[in-house]
Design a protein around this ligand. Sequence first.
Ligand code: SF4
Ligand code: SF4
Length: 363
Amino acid sequence: MLASEIKFLEYNKNENTLNEIEDYYADIVNGAVSKGDKVAVKVHMGEYGNLTYLRPPFVSEFVKLVKSAGGRPFVTDTTALYPKHRFTAKDYLKTAVANGFTRQSVMAPVVIADGPLGYTGMTYKLKKTVDQCDIKKVKIAKAIVDADSMIVLSHAKGHVLSGFGGAIKNLAMGCTTKETKAAQHLASRVILNTKECNGCGKCVDACPFNALKIENGKHAKILSRCMSCNSCFFACTEGALHLPRGGKTRFQVNLAHAAKAIIDRFDQDKIVYINFLQDITKLCDCCTPSGAPLVQDIGILGGKDPVAVDKASIDLIDKAPRYKRNLTKKHGDLLGSVNETDSLIHLKTASKLGVGTLRYSLK
Ligand code: SF4
Ligand code: SF4
């Protein structure tokens, strides 16, 4: 496969970035949007209390480009699997308003793609699997299924299971219903050894999803709402919580397959991927807090190949000036290292599935 072309808008302190977006990305959007298309502008509008999600003015610039291309945009995301402030469509719409996403601010309707409770979608069987994938089918959120084209706007940041979270993660987790989100997470759920647990409660404090309790004052118990985020694993100093062997690898393999199923739903060249390399934190936009930025803001990357856009993002993040001197790469990449995995796993699996190539050229 030839190298994919990626357009790179480097942040320049002397320019207003919003004014530069049209020059850089109008061509790419025009290539994906036909007159009259219903266009999903896929975003993550941030958990309530997260302060590093992609801000609405960036989104509205892309909405304008879609309208200029003759498309009918709607700004969209799906509900979260965990019961915080985006658990149902009603919760999420309230959080969206609190985080600045309204019809007026983004200049398009804000739609929760997977219906009132997060289960509305259509199921597709995977045509091909590689790398011992756990999932066999993917349920895609209804509003994504109904779209003719899609602009995937992703905040590039860390993720506790995939290391890096960008375009592929936005597709796989962000465009699916609760059933498929849970299926992708299942492979990496922590295991508790009660014999090694002293009931100290550090894991309970660390859990962002209230999925742990101390039973009878003796030992921890993992509740069914556990999202396999692994925060408790890192908080436990007694070694009582264990990750299933290869859990993060299997999670990433699952991500790549779910992303492929979503791409297959669209006609060729009808999806565009834009990654925003800013507020690059260890954790994702579901977390409150997601941590302090690890490296300086970099810029925006855009193209038609999500593997190449994500790989270019990872490479630029690795090269960016770091805020802490002792921040080093232990695995393949920086965000993977701080999250104890190698982010390239999901990119390599996606590449094997024909989603894209790891080779790119920046323009
Ligand atoms: S993995 Fe641990 S911290 Fe994360 S949701 Fe499950 S119980 Fe909570
Ligand atoms: S942090 Fe570890 S030792 Fe403490 S309650 Fe949780 S599992 Fe048990």
